[in-house]
Design a protein around this ligand. Structure first.
Ligand SMILES: Nc1ncnc2c1ncn2[C@@H]1O[C@H](COP(=O)(O)OP(=O)(O)OP(=O)(O)O)[C@@H](O)[C@H]1O
Ligand SMILES: [Mg+2]
Length: 345
């Protein structure tokens, strides 16, 4: 049982864990049944009575389908970080951010998160002075809260930030204390549970894909990370996800939607047999949105096509959209014919 809890009321109700508890991977994570490796996670027995900390633990998403490699890499990092930070890169909507959320949700590990942009400054992470009841107080930023209290710091879209500003993270990335100059030089020593995970569409060294606003990151900065690549789920898994989250769609439609998404991705990467280049791939996020929008209405072909355009089609050119509709109708037509043949046998 965890008893004492160390609350620091001056900073947003953050709290230190009272101790860590070890869990077998197999007891916490789907797909690891029988795996005896352990992960030591912070114990916040009083989290319910500390709404501020409880709020930092992400919510579990029913029917979330983990990708094994990604899950394994994130677990390896969380359980044995060896003074590294973790860099997850891959195409948009492939599950980078949500994997971290769902692992933290199952482990009960608080996450402080920030999405970076071209105007990012280190003080966004360290904190700022503010006036509270007539007094100047320093409010910790996400980096300081994660360092001091042992949370996971999740920085999304790291490759949109100015590499010169990111160099301010180098000391922390090596496990060294952080000095906050703006708070009279306060020195923050990293808590043993502190972890830093960043996500991005590129690995920081450029990409053949066009991701507007991304930058080349400094090699010395990148050298402080271990890397994990995320990619779209294999078709059968994506179909399982769709059918678990939207059972009312029916197997035929769900299968046709997943195959359409796969075909669009193939056309985007100019794979053999594709005739039209699609400028953007259909992400898992867009696919789920498509399924969600199909729910309104009677599931008529017209409604499904409208939902396809609302979720993805209107973002591509008219020519690509014609191709998109043709692909979906061909795939759906084949699926319906196969179903009818199956019934006749
Ligand atoms: N494996 C998965 N199981 C369930 N849902 C998933 C999975 N992968 C992605 N999704 C869903 O797709 C959406 C996008 O996922 P996520 O935000 O993790 O993508 P991302 O790779 O971080 O994208 P971006 O590069 O745009 O930030 C989320 O709503 C998430 O729930
Ligand atoms: Mg993301």
């Amino acid at each position: 049982m965890c008893k004492e809890t160390h609350l620091d009321s001056s900073n947003q109700g953050d709290a230190l864990p009272t101790r860590n508890v070890s869990f077998r991977f197999g007891d916490l994570f789907p797909g690891f049944e029988g795996d005896s490796r352990t992960i030591s996670v912070p114990c916040y027995q009083d989290a319910v009575s500390m709404p501020a900390v409880a709020r930092l633990i992400p919510k579990r998403e029913e029917g979330y389908v983990f990708q094994e490699d990604l899950l394994e890499g994130v677990l390896d990092y969380l359980s044995a970080p060896m003074n590294d930070a973790l860099y997850i890169f891959g195409p948009s909507g492939s599950g980078k951010t949500s994997t971290v959320h769902q692992v933290a949700a199952l482990a009960g590990w608080p996450v402080v998160e920030m999405t970076l942009n071209g105007r990012f400054e280190m003080t966004d992470l360290t904190g700022h002075n503010t006036i509270i009841r007539g007094e100047v107080n320093f409010v910790y930023g996400p980096l300081v809260r994660a360092l001091k209290y042992g949370y996971i710091l999740l920085l999304n879209e790291i490759d949109l930030a100015d590499p010169a500003e990111l160099a301010g993270l180098n000391d922390v990335l090596e496990g060294r204390p952080l000095t906050i100059v703006q708070n009279n030089g306060e020195v923050i020593t990293p808590h043993a549970n502190f972890r830093m995970i960043v996500t991005a569409n590129t690995a920081g060294s450029g990409s053949e894909e066009s991701y507007a606003g991304t930058r080349l990151l400094n090699p010395a900065f990148l050298d402080r990370f271990r890397f994990l690549e995320s990619s779209y789920m294999p078709q059968e898994r994506e179909e399982r996800l769709l059918r678990e989250q939207y059972p009312e769609l029916g197997a035929g439609i769900a299968g046709a939607m997943v195959r359409t998404a796969a075909e669009i991705r193939r056309s985007h990467t100019c794979q053999e047999g594709t005739t039209v280049y699609m400028t953007i791939p259909m992400t898992t996020r867009a696919l789920l949105r498509w399924a969600h929008l199909c729910q309104d209405g009677e599931g008529s072909p017209e409604r499904i096509r409208q939902a396809l355009d609302s979720s993805f089609g209107f973002r591509i050119t008219r020519e690509e959209r014609v191709y998109l509709h043709r692909i979906f109708e061909d795939i759906l037509g084949n699926a319906t014919a196969e179903e009818a043949q199956g019934r006749d046998k």
